[in-house]
Every structure is written in structure tokens, then in C-alpha cells.
Design a protein around this ligand. Structure first.
Ligand code: ADP
Ligand code: MG
Length: 699
């Protein structure tokens, strides 16, 4: 980057020390290049005019009209004093109003002269007016360009004269002066292949566009470049991690796998499960460290894949561990695996926070001397005291609940890091997976086991609560069971608890003993009590389970056919989807009932509609990404990695794909960017990488 672009913002014409300070503090602009990268968030077409008659349809939206002043008058006193002008075109009349600067305006506004007026109509009682409009004699506008950029500003900036218009006064001359200082960084071949406009032209058109098409081309070019470099970074990093970490080689499938697969597997694998098991098998033979993300919707059968993978390890004289985010989930996994592996003579050990001290010592010993080959646990597995003889394979369930640092601890449990399979039931949209896990291999189970009936989802407003209860009664009459879940808002545990208890009381009144039995589970209960209540429900001794989201993950009661979610508008999409996954596990038709108050926000409505419309976890993930944005979903908002200037991972999926293909092609042709035509690209990539915070924070 040359000196021109690196010039401190204060020295840019029209800025100076005072404004420079505010620009730095308010919107983080430190140099001329930063200013160039401060893009407008939209453009107003100043060549188009509205008619006065249609203004009622544009309340609070910017409009532009052309016409004359027919009369003016000053009214009111003191603070209410104002100047009003009747402005008319051939279709009607609208009031223009000034509370300040009336004198100056009065001198400027000659009746009969043609003016252009720009502003936002507002409704005052029943009359429409435009307060403090921008007004210019029409003969002066004729020369102006058509599309005007609109920049975000702040109160402090506006005080220094840097509202949108003021910022435009800085970017407009800069856009004209910068052209020779913006060299091309992408090779000609890419520019031709993807029909990109030059970098200089793109930056010019982002601030001074000549047409809609020019804006579109500029946007495409800048987004493409941004995503292309991001993908190059990821591919480089992937290359590095691949060559850096050798992994244990599991030569054979092993006797445990073979025996289980031939004799004891409870059902035929779906073709998606088969494909994923093969992918894992290939990794384990490769001699390289496996770091694989397994994503599959709720109920897609990830546990069985995990189990088969762990058998590969055990059959090659390694130990395997499965780590779950909650105690209940760990217990369930422990039960499932124990049952399945019993015929093989394999004992599965469980280690959680509530494992008794004496028992712990025995477990630690078994892991260290190798007599235990398979263990299931919670965070307790991460403690330094937990040492293995030869840990070779780690499965982490529900990946998003573990921090990266925690995972790193697991890696250090053997001389070489054990192979890692991270399982998540919250599918990550393709574009996001490509971007974030460019350096992690991704396997996807995109198929549910046969015979599942899709869950029917219904949304009820509070006023229809009795209908929801009717559905519950009918299901219980058929011998089925019901979950009723209350939201858990961390800020106020006490309130949650009260809500839950009130709910519990209401439910026991609606569903009284002895006909109905109601279980309750929440975060404040002792693990033993929780376990007892869960067991009561799992055994079918109670028909209703009132709970907070502690049951969100993992619980498996196939006889439960109704999931009723209270205050459903308070839940995020992926959480709703997870909860819904608790039903629909048996052969019967299941229902998800979303209860909400009568008032629901726009976003809340979108979430509910999405839930009603689809059971497809991937579709839900896409909508979630749209609503929340990628930083929030990946928990990386603070890391700066997502400081994309223009590209939006949610909306620009197609460009992500193109950029990824282009980056792959580049890495094949010239992996070290040695060719002379790639020199600019190499410099730019270096600059980008150096300017970024630590990448290793991710994945
Ligand atoms: P998740 O991917 O949500 O962890 P699970 O592994 O808990 O899903 O599997 C959900 C249910 O589907 C379990 O009851 C499991 O036994 C069953 N299941 C798994 N694979 C198959 C299969 N290939 N055919 C039939 N049922 C299966
Ligand atoms: Mg699971």
C-alpha cells in the first residue's frame, strides 16, 4: 500500500485534527484507505422524482419531489414558532416546515421558481409535511449525478458536519484522486474468468456510481476479492496443519469393529452413515491427524457412527473417549454404548462431575494401565489428573458447547494428538462451514433412518391454549407422553424458576392426579433427584415432563410424542429445532406445539413460521444465519476474523462458492505464489494476514 493511501485521516483534504479525531473514535477510520473502505450502505436515485400525490405511501422514507412554492407563512410563538411553505406540483400540495433558520430560508424561497425538494414526509395529525427538507433551485441540479451514496453517520460526526452528505464531500474528491493509487491485486486470468471490473474502478463506483449496474459490478468485485483472500488464507492454513500433524495409523478395521458390524449392529446403516464411516476410516489409515466435523440433524444417528469409529481405535490397541456437554447426556451415551457393546465383552466407563471420589481413583487407574478402553464423560475428562495409557480417538458431542481451549486439552492427552471427531446436531450452513472449517474436514449425515414420521409443528397463541391442552390429552389417552419446556434466561435464574414453578402448578391443575402424573426437572435440582425424575419419565411412570431446557440435548424417550414449548418466541431457532428433535423418535406421529403470547416480534414470527414450515435442519440453519449473522452463530464476533467489509456469509453464498473455487484453482497452479503475475496477490495476502488477529482461535 503506498503513502497516498496510508496517509493519516487528519491530512485528508477537508478533515483536519478535530474531525480526524471523531472519525477515528466513532467509526475507526485512521487512514485515507480506511475512508475509501467506508462504503455507503445504500444509494438514492436522485434522477427519479415522486409525485406529491403519492407521498402518503412514503411516511418516513426519503422522497424527492419537483415543484414550486405557492405561499409561505410564519406561525406559532416561542418554541412552536415555525415557517411553513406550501409546495406544489401538478398532483397536489404538501407543507414544508422549518423550526430553525426560517429567515434564511424565506429569503431563498422565491415563489414560482422550480425547486427540487428532498426529505422524509411525516404525518402531523392528519396532514402530511416534510420538516427541514433539502431544497435546491432546479436549474442547479441539472448537472448533478443520478445516484447519491448514503453513508452511516453518528450524532458526534453529524455535529462536526459529517452527516452522510458531509462524508460524501470527503469521499467524492478522494474517489477521483485515488485511481492511480489503487493497483490491481488479482491476476488478469482471474479477472477475465470471473468477469471482474478492476479494483480501482470498483472503489470509484462504490462512492461515485454512474448506474445500478456499476454498483452491482463494484459490489461483486469487492466481495469476491474479500472472500477469495479469506479462502486462500484458509487453504494455506489447512495445508499447514495437514503437514504439521502426523497422526496415529489405525492399520486394520479390527476385530471389535468386524464382530460388531457382522453380528450385533442393531439396524442397517443408512447410506449417509455408511459414507461417513468410510470417510473416517480413510482418515484413520492416512497417517495424518484427523480433525473432522460430523454434522447431522437431530436423530440422524450420529451416535452409531461415533461408536463404530471408536471400535476402529480399540481394535488397533488404542483407547477411545466420548465427551458430552451435560451430565444427563453423558449418562445416556454411557447407557447406549454399554448396551450395544456388551456382547463384545467391552466395558464402558462413565466419568462425570458427580462420580464419587473413590470410584474416580479406580477409573483413573484403569485408564492409565489400559484396562479401560472406552470412556464416556463430561468436562471431567479434561482434568489433568485424567491420564491415558494410549488415547487414540476422541469424540466430542455437541461441539458448540466446548471452547477451543478445552479441546486443546484433550489433544495433549497422548504423545501425538488423538484423532478427533466433533459431532454437532446444529447443522452449519454450507457457506459458513466452507469458510470456518476450511481447515477442518466436514462429514454430513443428510438422511434420517427409515420409517420416521416427520414431526407436525403447530403454533398456538395464548388465547388458544385450551386447544393445545386438548391435543395433549388426546395423545396421553393413546398412551403417549408429553414434554412441556420453559425457557431459561440466564440473566434471571430466579424468574425462570418462578415461571417454571407457576407453570408446573398450572399443569398439575389441568392434568390432575390420579389420572395424570407429572415429572419436573430443572437446573437447580440435585443430580440424583434429576436422574430420578428423568427415569420416572423414561420408564413411563409419568406422562408429563415439565422442564427447563436441561433436556435440550440427547434425551431419548421414543414414547414421547408431544413437545410443547412455552414462550417459544424466546428461544433461538436452533434451540427450538433441538427441542423438537426430542419427539418423533418412535413409530407414532409426533407433534411440536409452540406456545406464544399474543404479541410476537417480527423476528420471533419468522422463527416460528420457519419451524412450522420445515423440519429440515439445514434450511433452519440458513434462516438462523440470516437472522443472527455469522459472528453470533460461530461465537467469533469478538475475534475480528469476521471483519468482512462487504461480503455477507449469509447472503453471498454464491460468491463464497466462486471464491472458494478460484482459491483452490490458484493453490493448484501456484501454491507459493511465485509466478511474476502473482506478485501483487502475494503482497496483498501477506498484508491481510499480518493485519489479522490470531487465527488459531478458531476450530
Ligand atoms: P443423533 O444424531 O441425534 O445423535 P442418535 O444417534 O441418537 O441421533 O440416533 C437417533 C435414533 O435413531 C436412535 O434411537 C438410534 O438408535 C436410531 N438409529 C440410528 N441409526 C439408525 C439406522 N441406521 N436405522 C434405524 N435407526 C437408527
Ligand atoms: Mg446425539
Amino acid at each position: 500500500m503506498d503513502n497516498f493511501l496510508n496517509t493519516p485521516i487528519e491530512y485528508v483534504k477537508g478533515v483536519g485534527a478535530e474531525r480526524g479525531k471523531v472519525l477515528r473514535e466513532e467509526i475507526g477510520l485512521a487512514t485515507r484507505w480506511d475512508l475509501l473502505n467506508y462504503f455507503p450502505f445504500r444509494f438514492v436515485d436522485r434522477s427519479k422524482y415522486n409525485s406529491v400525490r403519492e407521498l402518503a405511501g412514503f411516511i418516513n422514507a426519503p422522497v424527492q419531489i419537483k415543484g414550486t412554492i405557492s405561499s409561505m407563512r410564519e406561525i406559532g410563538h416561542g418554541r412552536g414558532k415555525r415557517l411553513t411553505a406550501k409546495f406544489q406540483d401538478e398532483t397536489g400540495t404538501v407543507d414544508l416546515v422549518w423550526f430553525r433558520g426560517g429567515k434564511w430560508v424565506k429569503n431563498k424561497l422565491k415563489p414560482g421558481v422550480l425547486f427540487r425538494v428532498y426529505g422524509k414526509p411525516k404525518l402531523f395529525g392528519s396532514t402530511l409535511n416534510i420538516t427541514h427538507p433539502e431544497i435546491v433551485p432546479f436549474h442547479q441540479v441539472a448537472q448533478e449525478k443520478g445516484l447519491q451514496p448514503v453513508y452511516n453517520s453518528t450524532e458526534k460526526l453529524t455535529k462536526k458536519g459529517l452527516n452522510s452528505k458531509g462524508i460524501e464531500k470527503l469521499t467524492y474528491p478522494l474517489a477521483h484522486a485515488m485511481r492511480e493509487h489503487i493497483p490491481e491485486v488479482l491476476p488478469q486470468s482471474l479477472i477475465e474468468q470471473y468477469k471482474l471490473v478492476s479494483r480501482a474502478k470498483a472503489y470509484f463506483n462504490m462512492h461515485v456510481p454512474s448506474s445500478d449496474q456499476a454498483i452491482q459490478q463494484a459490489l461483486f468485485r469487492i466481495k469476491f476479492e474479500e472472500l477469495f483472500f479469506l479462502q486462500l488464507e484458509l487453504l494455506l492454513k489447512k495445508g499447514k496443519t495437514k503437514t504439521k500433524s502426523p497422526g496415529y495409523v489405525f492399520e486394520r478395521t479390527g476385530k471389535y469393529f468386524d464382530d460388531f458390524y457382522k453380528n450385533y449392529i442393531p439396524f442397517e446403516l443408512t447410506s449417509a452413515q455408511k459414507r461417513v464411516v468410510k470417510e473416517i476410516r480413510v482418515d484413520l489409515k492416512s497417517g495424518k491427524h484427523m480433525n473432522r466435523l460430523l454434522q447431522g440433524d437431530v436423530g440422524s444417528g450420529k451416535t452409531l457412527v461415533a461408536l463404530l469409529s471408536m471400535l476402529f481405535a480399540i481394535g488397533n490397541d488404542f483407547q477411545a473417549a466420548l465427551m458430552a456437554p451435560t451430565e444427563i447426556l453423558a449418562q445416556q451415551h454411557h447407557e447406549t454404548l454399554s448396551e450395544l457393546l456388551e456382547p463384545l465383552g467391552l466395558q464402558v466407563v462413565l466419568l462425570t462431575g458427580s462420580t464419587k471420589k473413590k470410584e474416580r481413583a479406580v477409573i483413573h487407574e484403569g485408564l492409565l494401565n489400559g484396562s479401560t478402553s472406552i470412556i464416556v464423560g463430561t468436562h471431567a475428562l479434561l482434568e489433568p489428573i485424567v491420564q491415558f495409557k494410549n488415547l487414540g480417538f476422541v469424540v466430542i458431542d455437541e461441539q458448540h458447547r466446548f471452547g477451543v481451549a478445552q479441546r486443546a486439552k484433550l489433544w495433549r492427552k497422548n504423545k501425538r494428538p488423538p484423532h478427533v471427531l466433533v459431532m454437532t446436531a446444529t447443522p452449519i450452513p454450507r457457506t459458513l462451514a466452507m469458510t470456518f472449517y476450511g481447515d477442518l474436514d466436514v462429514s454430513t449425515i443428510d438422511e434420517l433412518p427409515p420409517g420416521r414420521k416427520p414431526v407436525t409443528t403447530k403454533h398456538f397463541y395464548e388465547s388458544n391454549r385450551l386447544k393445545a391442552f386438548q391435543l395433549i390429552r388426546e395423545e396421553i389417552a393413546k398412551g403417549r407422553q408429553v414434554y412441556i419446556v420453559y425457557p431459561l434466561i440466564e440473566e434471571s435464574e430466579k424468574m425462570d424458576y418462578n415461571n417454571l414453578m407457576e407453570g408446573y402448578e398450572a399443569i398439575t391443575k389441568m392434568f390432575p392426579r390420579p389420572t395424570y402424573q407429572v415429572s419436573i426437572v430443572h437446573g437447580k435440582m440435585k443430580p440424583d433427584d434429576k436422574e430420578f425424575e428423568m427415569q420416572q419419565f423414561a420408564k413411563g411412570n409419568t406422562q408429563l415432563m415439565v422442564a427447563t431446557t436441561v433436556i435440550e440435548v440427547g434425551v431419548n424417550v421414543p414414547n414421547a410424542t408431544v413437545m410443547m414449548i412455552e414462550s417459544a418466541e424466546k428461544f433461538g431457532l436452533s434451540q427450538l429445532h433441538q427441542l423438537r428433535g426430542r419427539v418423533g423418535r418412535g413409530a407414532d406421529q409426533s407433534f411440536c406445539v409452540l406456545m406464544t403470547g399474543n404479541k410476537v416480534s417480527k423476528e420471533g414470527k419468522k422463527r416460528l413460521q420457519t419451524m412450522v414450515a420445515t423440519n429440515d435442519g439445514f434450511k433452519i440453519a440458513e434462516v438462523d444465519l440470516e437472522i443472527r449473522g455469522p459472528g453470533d452463530i460461530m461465537g467469533t464476533q469478538q475475534s475480528g476474523v469476521l471483519n468482512l467489509k462487504l461480503a455477507d456469509l449469509a447472503r453471498d453464498g454464491q460468491i463464497v462458492t466462486l471464491a472458494r473455487n478460484a482459491a483452490k484453482q490458484m493453490m493448484q497452479e501456484d501454491p507459493t505464489f511465485k509466478k511474476p503475475e502473482h506478485q501483487m496477490l502475494r503482497n496483498e495476502l501477506k498484508r491481510i494476514i499480518q493485519s489479522k488477529p490470531n487465527w488459531s482461535k478458531i476450530a
